[in-house]
Design a binder for this molecule. Structure first.
Ligand SMILES: [Zn+2]
Length: 79
């Protein structure tokens, strides 16, 4: 039983917001969020992008949002 890392969280965020993580992974995801303000901000931004788009499963938009937010996330990590 190991905690997930920030990089793993970024990989899981789409599945998390779509409710597709298994229970244990979702719990680890939320445990990480509780401890990591950077990832909380990341997930909030990702959720807002998805809500603005009105759907989750639009592949092109998800990809663009992901790229944009990954860049923002890297910026946060390097600060
Ligand atoms: Zn984190």
């Amino acid at each position: 039983m190991t905690a997930i890392t920030c990089a793993q969280l970024v990989e899981l965020v789409t599945d998390y917001l779509e409710g597709e993580l298994d229970e244990l992974t979702a719990r680890r995801f939320e445990e990480h969020l509780a401890l990591c303000s950077g990832c909380r901000t990341y997930v909030d931004q990702f959720r807002q992008v998805i809500q603005a788009a009105g759907q989750v499963a639009e592949d092109d938009l998800s990809w663009q949002a992901r790229t944009h937010l990954l860049a923002a996330f890297r910026g946060w990590r390097e600060r």
